[in-house]
Design a protein around this ligand. Structure first.
Ligand SMILES: [Zn+2]
Length: 457
C-alpha cells in the first residue's frame, strides 16, 4: 500500500492519536507541570512499545529512548524530537483552550501542534506505516524524545554525557523546523546559535521617595536604558567590539537558491504585523533572519508598573538580553566581550551583575552532500511536489551538537514540516493538516530511501 493511500485510510485514527498526545499539558518551564511531563513520557513509551521498540525512560523529566533493530545491512538512524511545550500564556488570546485540540478543515490547533508534538507524530505515524505494511522498519532506529527542549535540555545533556557513543548512528533526523511557506518547501541546513544573558542594575539600598531624594542618586532604570541603547546602533549593528569577527558568509550557490523565494519586505510585514521592518543595514530581511546575528531584549523590569502613580526611584532594574549567533562566531568569546562592554558603558552610581542563563550554543550547520540529505530532498519533493530549497533558519536547537557527538559525528538532517505562520510559542499555535499528511509521507520516503527500500508514491 502506498503511503498516500495508507494515510488516507487512517486519517481519523491518526488524528485521534495526535489529539491524545496534544492533550498532555507538558509545559517544561513550569514546575506544576512536572507530573504532566512524566505522563507524556509514559504515553510515548507505551506507544513506541506498541510499535515494537524497546523503550527506556532516562532521568527526570524523562528522556524517552527507544531502539529497534532493522535489517542487518541497513544503516542506523537516530531520530530526535521533544515532547515538552512552551507555556500557553497569554491564555485569553487563544480562540480555543491550548490543551483541548481543535481540528478545522485546514489545521489542528493546540500548544505543541507544530512545535514539536505534531512533527514528532509525523515520524510515529511513518514507523506505524512500516510496521503495518512491512512488519518491520527499513533501518535500525534510535528514538530520542526529550521533555526539556524549551528550557535548555539539562537532562538530555546529562544522559548524553553518560552514554558516550552508545547511540552510534549513521544519520540524525530531526523534524523541528519549518518550510519557508506552503508553496516553497525548504530543508534547513543551518541554525543560529544562542547566547542568553541577564543584566541586573542596583542603585539605592531600597526604593526611594523621588521627591525627597530625587536628584542625588543614579536611577537604575535609566542606567539600564543607557546600557541597552549602547548595545545596538541606529543602523541595527551590534556595538560589542569584535561581535562580527570571523562570520562565514553564505555560499554564492545558497544566495542564488534564495532568489527563488518571495522573501520581500511585504512578506515579513505580513508575518510580523509590525508597522515597519527594522534591522541591520545592508542586508535583506531573509539574510537578517538567517545568516546575520542579532541582539534582542527579551524582558525588562524595574520600579512601579501598577495602576496610577507611585513616586519612587527604583532600587533595581533588570533585563534579559539574548543574541542569535551565526557560523564563525565563538559564543564564549562574544560572552566575554559582551560582559566587558556592558560594564564599560554602565553609567556611574550603580552596581551591575551580568550572567549567562545557560551554556551558550554555537550556530549549527549541516552538509548538503550526504546521501541522507539527498534522501530528504527527494522525500520532500515526492511528498510536497516541489524540490526543497536549502535554507538556514534563525532559531536554535542548542542540544544538536551534543546529540551529533553521541551519534559519532553523523550528519544531522533537519527535515521540518512547520510553517512560519503556525504561531509556535504564541497563542493559537497550529499545524496545517496538509503539512501533517505530507510530513508523514515524506518521513516514510526518507526512511525507505535510507534503508534502500523502494516505496511507490
Ligand atoms: Zn521545538
Amino acid at each position: 500500500m502506498s503511503p498516500r493511500a495508507w494515510i488516507q485510510a487512517h486519517k481519523e485514527a491518526l488524528l485521534a492519536q495526535l489529539v491524545t498526545f496534544l492533550r498532555f499539558p507538558s509545559v517544561s518551564a513550569q514546575p506544576t507541570h512536572r507530573s504532566d511531563l512524566h505522563a507524556t513520557a509514559t504515553w510515548l513509551k507505551e506507544t513506541l512499545q506498541g510499535l515494537g521498540f524497546a523503550v527506556e525512560l532516562l532521568g527526570d523529566p524523562p528522556v524517552v529512548h527507544a531502539f529497534q533493530a532493522g535489517p542487518p545491512e541497513a544503516p542506523t538512524v537516530l531520530f530526535y524530537g521533544h515532547y515538552d511545550v512552551q507555556p500557553p500564556d497569554p491564555l485569553a488570546l487563544w480562540e480555543s483552550p491550548p490543551f483541548e485540540p481543535r481540528i478545522t478543515a485546514e489545521a489542528i490547533y493546540a500548544r505543541g501542534a507544530c512545535d514539536d508534538k505534531g512533527q514528532v507524530f509525523a515520524h510515529l505515524a511513518a514507523w506505524q506505516y512500516f510496521k503495518e505494511t512491512l512488519g518491520r522498519l527499513p533501518v535500525s532506529l534510535h528514538v530520542v524524545i526529550e521533555g526539556e527542549e524549551e528550557t535548555g535540555s539539562d537532562t538530555l545533556y546529562e544522559v548524553l554525557a553518560g552514554k558516550g557513543t552508545a547511540w552510534r548512528s549513521d544519520a540524525v533526523i530531526v523534524s523541528d523546523t519549518a518550510f519557508f511557506s506552503e508553496a516553497f518547501p525548504t530543508l534547513t541546513v543551518g541554525l543560529r546559535g544562542l547566547l542568553y544573558t541577564e543584566i541586573r542594575v542596583k542603585g539605592p539600598a531600597r526604593d526611594l521617595h523621588s521627591g525627597t531624594l530625587g536628584g542625588v542618586v543614579a536611577n537604575p532604570a535609566l542606567a539600564l536604558a543607557a546600557i541597552l541603547t549602547a548595545l545596538k546602533g541606529p543602523d541595527g549593528r551590534v556595538r560589542i567590539p569584535g561581535f562580527y569577527e570571523g562570520i562565514r558568509p553564505p555560499l554564492p550557490a545558497e544566495r542564488a537558491a534564495w532568489r527563488e523565494l518571495p522573501a520581500d519586505e511585504a512578506y515579513y510585514l505580513s508575518l510580523t504585523g509590525a508597522p515597519a521592518l527594522a534591522g541591520e543595514v545592508g542586508f535583506s530581511p531573509l539574510e537578517r533572519v538567517s545568516v546575520r546575528p542579532t541582539l534582542d531584549v527579551n524582558g525588562l523590569w524595574s520600579g512601579y508598573t501598577g495602576p496610577g502613580a507611585k513616586t519612587i526611584i527604583p532600587a533595581e532594574a533588570g533585563a534579559k538580553v539574548s543574541m542569535r549567533l551565526v557560523p564563525g562566531q565563538d559564543p564564549e568569546r562574544i560572552w566575554e566581550a559582551y560582559k566587558r562592554f556592558v560594564m564599560e558603558v554602565a553609567p556611574p552610581g550603580v552596581t551591575l551583575t551580568v550572567d549567562k542563563l545557560h551554556e551558550p550554543a554555537p550556530a549549527f550547520e549541516t552538509p548538503t552532500d550526504s546521501p541522507f540529505y539527498r534522501a530528504a530532498e527527494e522525500a520532500i519533493a515526492r511528498a510536497f511536489g516541489r524540490k526543497p530549497i536549502p535554507l538556514r533558519e534563525g532559531g536554535s536547537i542548542p542540544v544538536l551538537p551534543a546529540l551529533q557527538q553521541a551519534a559519532e559525528g553523523a550528519p544531522v538532517i533537519l527535515m521540518g514540516f512547520g510553517l512560519p505562520s503556525d504561531a509556535i510559542h504564541s497563542p493559537n499555535e497550529h499545524f496545517r493538516l496538509r503539512q501533517l499528511w505530507g510530513g508523514i509521507e515524506a518521513a516514510v520516503y526518507w526512511y525507505a530511501r535510507v534503508g534502500g527500500l523502494s516505496v511507490s508514491g
